[in-house]
Design a protein around this ligand. Structure first.
Ligand code: NAD
Length: 438
């Protein structure tokens, strides 16, 4: 099948390389010329484990090509996938301008019956808007399908190749058949019956938000219980297992830490809150989740401030972890952004490290932090260490080396990666919800 993926970011590139890998001929397009030039040169502009291999293999086999010419690519394709960004507007709603822009280009260029599948996360009713936008500009037959994406950055290839489910929102049997054959190579016959789930477009749109809002709520709930553990002298690392091993609860997305970030949860929770308001149904649980998460992001900052008696001016803090989670270079809404800004505002000096996300972070907070590429070097002369991302390199760090390089003895572990480690007795170590240590 000839597939055009519009928007070659985290979702578009993974989907493009993934569809090529399972036998389709894919053209990834983007308006960002630098990105497409890099892709032509064979450079993958994002860090995603396993993507390089898929990319190289399919580019070489000419099953995966790239272009900035959106129009001709649309005319060429049988299936057009919209994977452009839908960032948060100032009022919390989703900015749909790129999606609508793309819909116009599709309307101007489709040539013969085309399925337009929207992978971008969009509020309920958007697929209908996309359909109307295209219809205003063409007499060609087409169908707009909601096809929300559930991949996790850092595990995106695995998620694409072995998705627990594929959601297809359409009432058009022809479009459903085409979408089913697009994904069919991922599944055996019986699995495909169970795992490719078809529904009406509005339900598909809502499904995506429900999934993200629920996961954000789980994380926020366990964070709140962690904070309670601190107040009552309990250990959240034990509590989460004690509660989460109940199959009705489960252990996934049930880790306490310094808040969720990333390109999806924060903006999708906000957008769903907006949808609730617009429909006279305030989503009070999600409003609390959103506020509690903002507060949680700064937990390591509050802990450090307390350790130093409220005075951070003149202190040097090492910050390990800038990406919003491990195995990605994505820093969007990362807790580290909020922690770094608060530390700098309080007059601290910052030495920052991340295995992969330094260049993205530097674009956001340019001059102030000293960025170092060796994680131990970040500790040189530092009074304290904050761990904000659970990278394996930090988990496996040489504690003796950390102790030697760190000038002070304050360690705040925002991801509890050393909660069970044998740490020097001289350290003032704190995590999230480790009330038994107090
Ligand atoms: P991204 O910012 O990484 O990529 C978006 C790309 O679209 C950019 O390369 C941009 O240049 C391009 N673009 C913007 N306007 C365009 C236009 N008019 N024509 C062609 N290209 C254009 O975004 P992303 O993280 O890949 O997310 C894309 C969508 O998928 C969003 O709606 C997001 O919520 C959703 N989503 C993201 C994830 C994730 O983990 N990143 C997971 C599931 C769903």
């Amino acid at each position: 099948m000839k597939v055009c993926v519009i928007g070659s970011g985290y979702v578009g590139l993974v989907a493009g390389a993934g569809f090529a890998e399972i036998g389709h001929v894919v053209r990834c397009v983007d308006i960002d010329k630098d990105k497409i030039d890099a892709l032509h040169r064979g450079e993958v502009p994002i860090y995603e484990p396993g993507l390089d291999d898929l990319f190289e293999r399919n580019k070489k086999a000419e099953k995966l090509t790239f272009s900035t010419d959106v129009g001709p690519s649309v005319s060429w394709a049988e299936v057009v996938i919209i994977a452009v960004g839908t960032p948060e507007r100032e009022d919390g709603s989703a900015d749909l301008s790129a999606v609508i822009e793309v819909a116009k280009t599709i309307g101007d260029n489709i040539d013969g019956y085309t399925v337009v599948a929207c992978k971008s996360t969009v509020p309920v009713g958007t697929n209908e808007k996309v359909r109307m936008t295209i219809a205003e500009r063409t007499d060609q037959l087409f169908s707009v399908v909601s096809n929300p994406e559930f991949l996790r950055e850092g595990e995106a290839i695995e998620d694409f190749m072995h998705p627990p489910r594929v959601v297809i929102g359409t009432t058009d049997p022809k479009a459903e058949k085409i979408m089913r054959s697009l994904y069919a190579p991922l599944y055996g016959y019986y699995d495909a019956q169970d795992r490719i789930i078809c529904m009406d477009p509005r339900s598909a749109e809502v499904t995506k938000y429900v999934a993200n809002a629920f996961l954000a709520t789980r994380i926020t709930f366990i964070n709140e219980m962690a904070n309670l553990c601190e107040a009552v002298g309990a250990d959240i690392t034990k509590v989460r297992i004690g509660a989460g091993t109940d199959p009705r609860i489960g252990l996934y997305y049930f880790y306490p830490g310094c808040g969720y970030g990333g390109s999806c949860f924060p903006k999708d929770v906000q957008a769903l809150i907006r949808t609730g308001k617009a429909n006279n149904y305030p989503l009070t649980v999600l409003e609390s989740v959103d506020g509690a998460n903002d507060h949680q992001k700064l937990a390591p900052f509050r802990k450090i401030t307390e350790r130093f008696g409220g005075e951070l001016a003149g202190k040097t803090v090492a910050l390990w972890g800038l990406a919003f989670k491990s195995e990605t270079d994505d820093i969007r809404e990362s807790s580290a952004i909020y922690i770094a800004k608060a530390l700098l505002d309080a007059g601290a000096t910052l030495r920052a490290h991340d295995p992969i996300a330094i260049s993205n972070f530097r674009r956001l907070i340019t001059d102030k932090p000293t960025y170092v590429t060796d994680m131990y070097e970040a500790l040189d002369g530092a009074d304290a260490l904050i761990i904000a991302t659970d990278w394996d390199a930090y988990r496996r760090a040489d504690i003796a080396e950390v102790s030697k390089r760190l000038k002070g003895n304050v360690v705040v572990d925002g991801r509890n990666i050393w909660a069970d480690a044998d740490l020097p007795a001289t350290w003032q170590y704190d995590g999230i919800g480790l009330g038994h240590l107090k």
